[in-house]
Design a protein around this ligand. Structure first.
Ligand SMILES: Cc1ncc(COP(=O)(O)O)c(C=O)c1O
Length: 383
């Protein structure tokens, strides 16, 4: 009997290899580093460590984070631009709370991160207008066309190593999107949680480099570069907008949104543990990308097309139109392999011939075995 996760419908049975799980490998999580920095922090005898914190986020942590991001993004990040949150998901939800009313329109690239769709549609009752994307991400003519019919409050995009496609929006499209946002007065909510997870050539500068325009809210998180259980992320925007988040009843009542964890992670930023850990992750994940690509070429071959991701967590496979990956998944679960069907990543139930594979959760022998099983499922489905 498969053990199906309630929200994702992914199979978590021990003997199955489920590439639908979009999470890090538990064996790679930074247990040693966290143990070390917790000991350092407690040894300092800081009586404020377990108290309420500062609404916008601890000042020393924001300075350390700004320095880390300035290096990683190659652009100047300032502490007053940062509002510390309990992850990018919470940041997205807060943006909806502060900037939208139920029934408002938002633009979302198609496909997108399936749980962001839930935050927008189910939690905040927003009307989603899907914007098609191509091999290079969001299609700008489609944004322009949609703007003739709708007035969005914001456009939600994952511009770099996108979830689910792994694609990256090129520099010129970023510039065009910024120009459109200024001309039509909508916000760009750029979910940049994968930006620092490149496996070679760095991506184009993040939208975070353009927050001074007042038109951009850039989301970041330690979930992909350190550990998701820390629930630590941020919004980068103008100091005025960051203060607006900080002056909320939520941040005031809670004394900030993640005081304790940010105080531990600050040590990893200041002492270089975060950088070293991220460098190691990049090396480990790139080996998994190569292993998955080789296994796909061997076992799936011309039954789907895909690009090799240059960063992030995911391969996106486009199969023939005759394949319905929701139906294929049923056969896959019986064969003890899983994936996320494309329709789960669509706000309109489209992309039924696509599927997402996460390469970070399993080690290389499991990746090879899982793709071998998937190849058999494709063969049986065709026959
Ligand atoms: C694009 C994107 N945004 C946000 C998240 C969740 O981030 P967090 O754990 O910081 O809430 C994910 C996790 O899969 C993601 O892929």
């Amino acid at each position: 009997m498969p053990n199906l996760d309630r929200s994702t419908q992914v199979d978590r049975s021990a003997d199955s290899i489920n590439f639908g799980i979009g999470q890090p490998d538990f064996a790679l999580l930074p247990h040693t580093l966290m143990r070390k920095i917790s000991a350092v922090r407690f040894a300092e005898g800081d009586t404020e460590l377990l108290n309420y914190g500062f609404e916008q986020g601890d000042g020393r942590f924001r300075r350390a984070l700004a320095a880390f991001l300035s290096r990683g993004y190659g652009t100047d990040v300032r502490p007053p631009q940062l509002m510390i949150t309990a992850g990018a998901s919470q940041a997205l939800s807060l943006i909806c709370t502060f900037f939208t009313q139920p029934g408002d329109t938002v633009f979302v690239e198609e496909p997108s991160y399936f749980l962001a769709l839930r935050i927008l549609q189910e939690d905040h009752r927003l009307k989603i207008v899907p914007i098609p994307s191509d091999e290079n991400g969001l299609a700008l003519p489609a944004v322009e066309e949609a703007l003739t019919r709708h007035r969005p409050v914001f456009l939600y995009t994952i511009p770099t190593y996108q979830n689910p496609t792994g694609r990256t929006l090129p520099y010129n499209r970023r510039q065009q999107l910024l120009a459109l946002a200024a001309a039509h007065d909508f916000l760009i909510v750029a979910d940049e949680v994968y930006h620092l997870l490149d496996y070679g050539k760095p991506p184009p500068p993040p939208f975070a480099a353009h927050v001074a325009s007042g038109q951009v809210l850039s989301l970041g998180s330690f979930s992909k570069i350190l550990a998701p259980g820390l629930r630590l992320g941020w919004v980068q925007t103008t100091p005025q907008l960051a203060r607006r988040f900080a002056s909320s009843g939520l941040a005031d009542s809670g004394g900030g949104l993640n005081h304790f964890t940010s105080n531990l992670v600050r040590v990893a930023l200041e002492e270089g543990g975060q950088k070293d850990y991220l460098d190691g992750l990049r090396r480990a994940y790139w080996q998994r990308v190569e292993a998955m690509d080789a296994a796909l070429r061997r076992h799936i071959n011309d039954r789907a097309v895909w690009s090799v991701p240059a960063g992030g967590f995911f391969f996106w496979l486009t199969c023939g139109d005759e394949i319905d990956t929701t139906i294929l998944l049923k056969a896959a679960i019986s064969a003890k392999v899983g994936f996320l069907p494309g329709s789960r990543c669509s706000s309109v139930g489209g992309l039924g011939h696509c599927l997402r594979l996460c390469f970070t959760h399993y080690d290389i022998p499991e990746i090879e075995e899982g793709i071998r099983r998937l190849g058999q499922v494709f063969t049986a489905h065709a026959g």
